[in-house]
Design a protein. Structure first.
Lengths: 290, 290
């Protein structure tokens, strides 16, 4: 698994840099975009997309552009979320955040540019048909827009310093992090011409995966190693954020995660595809240490 | 002309509100998006697009979605440009700017949401073919992204408090405001199946139009009426910004504008289409008082 992840991460890293260099002019904006693109990251979303596409028999070259597009959206959202007016974070992945390394104006514009580019690289990709491009831009916009990720971030901001219920917490995470993870699964299955029945199961798996990811994130903020994570531990508690551990206790959160893990593995088994890599990826996401 | 502008503005206003309501969930994010969408604005870009589409014989219904998409991009860029880290403006069109009415985090997210929506409403439009959707998303991304509007804004920020040449100034404006105006012309001509020869002329016209628009903007910042404009006069000078009047003098700027006006009208005449409304629109843009 480690080797597989490293190989795909490298593929995505190289391709992302190529895109940014090709689609921008040398200068401060390009520097700021490359800085955040280059700042590492696990590339989990694009890797999930590539793995799902492969499980459904799609050629990898058909999936690379949309995988990079997805990671650009994830990256732009981190740049904007880190801004002083939002989460006000100084460090991300062990490095100064974009607005600390450059300045706020540059960080806002670098995020805007990555978001704009995310559509452009899909519609300019030579391996996709027009029909596929339209489907992918539509689903990705839905997942990342005002009924998806951006709405989740808004609700997350509004819930700060407030006691919220577990239902509200799940609603926030389904939008804030869940929808992009779910998209990686749906897009991969779509590119491999998944049957309607398989697609239903994969959507179920994608939903569960988003929640597994978030619970593990919350758990790591309590039990993680700051050095491995590249960011301080305990920031959720410091920010008075409602999390799975704060609402369910650490053990309660872990057992909730196990339940979603079963749901995800079961849905994957029902989808009737080559499960090897995907099944391992789900386990990896659930037990990751950063 | 006034009646034509009012009628089309109303059409765009209504459609924009419908889109935002349809594509968002009630709450703070929707409120913030509607606030800036509702804050008026001349709707020059979408009207130019509709007028060009009509001149080339396209059905209006084919042009409405992309006209609204274009205005969403313009609106998001104003929200982000007004932020304290950027131009730090408190008033826009006679009303508090988005971050003053709501807060910075909400304004950033409202901008991100409008930008995301701008692609979505094109790819979900029922009047366009997949081929048209792909073309329009591609051209609009190019015009608004890191080799277009966002790059222009970055260069504009970097040129503050600096003496720049007229060539550098034109380069900034070609990107910052020119490319979206040019897109309105190209998209309209494309939807009306313009010939290659016509398209070349219309691009020429679009380029000139962007410069006419910007020179008039700069002139109004010197000679305009604050009440008619809905914002204070003289802010460019106050911000030490290089402008056409500051580089060429007021009379020099006016005569430069007249030259571009001739270029634009000549290109339009050469494009071989129904010129009536477009020709009047060019004159209107050049002599507008706000």
């Amino acid at each position: 698994m480690t080797e597989y992840l490293a190989e795909k991460r490298e593929l995505i890293n190289e391709q992302l840099k190529l895109y940014v260099r090709d689609y921008t002019t040398p200068g401060r904006l390009q520097d700021a975009m490359l800085y955040s693109i280059d700042a590492g990251g696990k590339r989990l979303r694009p890797i999930l997309l590539l793995a799902t596409a492969k499980a459904f028999g799609a050629a990898e070259e058909k999936a690379v552009a949309v995988a990079c597009s997805l990671e650009m959206i994830h990256t732009y959202s981190l740049i904007h979320d880190d801004l002083p007016a939002m989460d006000d974070d100084d460090v991300r992945r062990g490095l100064p955040t974009n607005h600390r390394r450059f300045d706020e104006a540059t960080a806002i514009l670098a995020g805007d540019a990555l978001l704009t580019l995310s559509s452009q690289i899909i519609v300019e990709d030579v391996h996709l048909t027009d029909k596929e491009k339209v489907y992918l831009v539509r689903e990705l916009s839905k997942a990342s827009g005002p009924k998806g990720m951006v709405e989740g971030q808004m609700m997350d901001m509004l819930s700060e310093d407030k006691q919220i219920s577990i239902t509200e917490l799940e609603h926030i995470h389904k939008n804030k992090t869940g929808q992009l993870l779910r998209f990686s699964i749906i897009a991969g299955a779509f590119l491999g011409n998944a049957s309607e029945t398989s697609l239903v199961e994969m959507k179920k798996m994608g939903n569960a995966l988003g929640l597994i990811f978030q619970i593990q994130d919350d758990i790591l903020d309590v039990t993680g190693d700051a050095e491995v994570m590249g960011k301080p531990i305990g920031s959720d508690e410091g920010n008075n954020k409602s999390t799975y551990p704060s609402l369910l206790g650490l053990e309660g959160a872990k057992s909730q995660k196990e339940q979603y893990l079963m749901t995800a593995q079961e849905a994957l088994a029902n989808a009737g595809v080559d499960q090897t890599v995907l099944s391992e990826l789900i386990d990896y996401l659930s037990s990751r240490d950063h």
